[in-house]
Design a protein around this ligand. Sequence first.
Ligand SMILES: Cc1cc2nc3c(=O)[nH]c(=O)nc-3n(C[C@H](O)[C@H](O)[C@H](O)COP(=O)(O)OP(=O)(O)OC[C@H]3O[C@@H](n4cnc5c(N)ncnc54)[C@H](O)[C@@H]3O)c2cc1C
Length: 385
Amino acid sequence: MKNKADVVIIGAGVHGLAAAFNLAKKGVKDIVVCEHKYIGYGATGRCAAGVREQFGLPLTIQLAKNSMDVTVNFKELYGYDIEYTPGGYLWLLYDEKDVDLWRNNIKLQNSLGVNSVLLDVDEIKEKYPYVNVKGVLAATMNPRDGYVNPFKVLYAYKEMCEKVGVEINSYTTVTGIRRENGKITGVETDKGNIQTDTVISCAGPYSRRVGKMVDLDLPVYPQRHEMLVTEPIKVFFPCMVITGPWYAFQTKPHGSVLMGITFPDEPLHDDVPSLQPASSWRFLEEALKVAVDIMPVLKDVSVVRQWGGYYDMTPDGQQIIGAVPEVPGFYLSCGWSGHGFQMGHITGRLLSELIVDGTTSIDISKSDLGRFARGELIPEPGIIG
Ligand SMILES: Cc1cc2nc3c(=O)[nH]c(=O)nc-3n(C[C@H](O)[C@H](O)[C@H](O)COP(=O)(O)OP(=O)(O)OC[C@H]3O[C@@H](n4cnc5c(N)ncnc54)[C@H](O)[C@@H]3O)c2cc1C
């Protein structure tokens, strides 16, 4: 392991690797990534890998759209097939208030170049005959939304990083961050120390723990979210189907159905309570109940596996990206709740711009850490899980 670096990145999830790759592309020479366990050990390796542009705030739409441009063109840009499968997110709406909210969201999305539409019940029945439309008033749909294979994304970044000289150290835990006169001078790891003046924390659910290393109390709280996957069946639905806290999509080419559901009473933790969260019966029962209700044809399909992972939650459910003025040389990408996977490409690019050029091509100032102290929270109108 190098003992000196221009930038040290904590965490080899999609954010850490994308930041490393983009920094190297911008000419930064000595970049070291330290990963507690192995690439994808955190939320990235446990997520649904859904990618969408349907958000409700100008900033998140802009971030999502720019990240989606990379997702859609990943093969042309970098030569790796990440199994991007469009098909759209079909967001079922049961309440007049939600229809109004999403009508406004769609207006905003369209004004920012996202081609989402509102479908009426007849259109839903015609295009998605397997969906039970009982009680449904309308649905939103954006054809470019879809999913990718998260492991293919991670390994593409791993190889791309290695080709441009980034050093990735697995099984290397950052245990401390050294400072002199307030400025960062290095990191301590269980494999030795690295001298550096720039640290990016991409520690996902462990972000609060890392924040404490520079005396910051980051409002980032791990929260368990669970998923399951069924046996493969003939592919019959092309899109992500969502009803509020529940979602499902069918992977291609094998045809397994992947689904998740969010429980509002799932506790927020001060720190990651166990290496990986346990699975629950409650999740299995509730997720499948909704599944069979929305798509009755799923009733005899067998579940083959379930697992959990941690979202990194903030008080407004939104990300924290950027520099921390109180700790010169310390940068953050965390608090991504349930939509961070898809944002890795753009955030990596923005962090590299911020560190190398001192400015970013998208204004991320509203995503800063200081918003919590200022009371300028940015909650998203209408969010999945
Ligand atoms: C069940 C589930 C479903 C999800 N579905 C979606 C989805 O469909 N679409 C979407 O966009 N997002 C989704 N998400 C959210 C998404 O997975 C995360 O927002 C995203 O992966 C975060 O990436 P990251 O690189 O910031 O963090 P992580 O992938 O969590 O990586 C952080 C890494 O930092 C390492 N680390 C921590 N502390 C240290 C230390 N001290 N030293 C060294 N290494 C350290 C950890 O080991 C970990 O590997 C989902 C999440 C879950 C849990």
